[in-house]
Design a protein around this ligand. Structure first.
Ligand SMILES: Nc1ncnc2c1ncn2[C@@H]1O[C@H](COP(=O)(O)OP(=O)(O)OP(=O)(O)O)[C@@H](O)[C@H]1O
Ligand SMILES: [Mg+2]
Length: 284
């Protein structure tokens, strides 16, 4: 599936004294197989934008097209397309409600009218894909799991509906380091296995540098940068002006270079930084 956002505006509380222009002329395209990270200062419009991508919010101006069809049309075709765009909210664990993990993950496919057998298959496959053993956790109450596990169950619930686009609003927020790592590796696994488009909102530049094929940067409701991580993170001053930082490995190498170390600061990840340090100093 290809998503095209065309000149999208969103105004909260339009016409009131406290109206907020949350999105201004946003245009972008998302394609199958891409892992795209959406970053931006708090309040820049990230959540508002992703809520438009599956029709949860309606544009004040502009359009969201899925495979060329306006998803806000009142047609069965548009409804079917909206269902193919799965949105995992921030803190999705608060939306788990069934008495067992298995029932929770089956909820979506059941609503889509699939047979019990098909639902079970989808639930099992999705739980495995998020790194959970259905035999071990299936009968447990979702409330008996850790925060990170609950979140993976919530992601499995969306995956069970076979989305062609998966959107995750800050999936690692508030988790401990082990929980964050598990979520990240689960996202990489989903990309490898399903080859769908994944759009991820994150405040963690280290994670973004590690997993993104492409980075989108929002600032005060506008999409201001859109490109491969190397290009976007090379715009250090522009990012700083928006209150954003480069990934920690890049900042570290910048400090070494500024102190006279003959290293290139053109790195994104810890692996890149280690390689560069070994290249320069390793053989002395
Ligand atoms: N339901 C709402 N009613 C009124 N204003 C809102 C509402 N939701 C968001 N806003 C405003 O719209 C702007 C964009 O908010 P949004 O939540 O999309 O930002 P964000 O980039 O997701 O921020 P964060 O990083 O804090 O999650 C902000 O100024 C915010 O205060
Ligand atoms: Mg948000």
């Amino acid at each position: 599936m290809r998503i095209e956002v065309k000149d999208l505006d969103h105004i909260y509380n339009a016409g009131l004294a406290y109206e907020t222009y949350a999105l201004k002329h946003v245009s972008l395209t998302l394609d199958r197989g891409e892992l795209v990270c959406l970053i931006g200062h708090t309040g820049s419009g990230k959540t508002t934008l992703v809520q438009h991508l599956n029709g949860l919010l309606k544009p004040d101006k502009g359009q969201v097209l899925a495979d060329g069809v306006d998803i806000n049309e009142k047609s069965p075709q548009a409804r079917a397309l909206r269902r193919k765009i799965g949105l995992v909210f921030q803190y999705p664990e608060y939306q788990l409600f069934e008495e067992t993990v298995f029932k929770d993950v089956c909820f979506g496919p059941k609503n889509m009218g699939l047979s019990e057998e098909e639902c079970a298959k989808k639930a099992n496959d999705s739980l495995k894909l998020v790194g959970m053993d259905p035999d071990e956790v299936g009968d447990k109450s979702p409330f008996a799991l850790s925060g990170g596990q609950k979140r993976r169950v919530a992601i499995a619930g969306i995956l069970a509906m076979d989305p062609e686009v998966l959107i995750l609003d800050e999936p690692a927020a508030g988790l401990d380091p082990a929980g964050k790592k598990a979520i990240l590796s689960c996202i990489k696994g989903i990309k490898e296995e399903r080859n769908i488009c994944i759009l991820l909102i994150s405040h963690n530049m280290e994670d973004v540098a590690e997993i993104a094929d492409r980075v989108l940067v929002m600032d005060k409701g506008s999409l201001v940068l859109d490109g491969p991580p190397g290009e976007v993170f090379a715009r250090r001053q522009a990012l700083r002006d928006m209150g954003l930082a480069a990934p920690p490995a890049a900042r570290f190498m910048e400090m070494v270079a500024a102190g006279g170390g003959p290293v290139s600061a053109d790195v994104l990840t810890l692996d890149d930084a280690a390689r560069e340090i070994i290249r320069v100093y390793g053989k002395r």
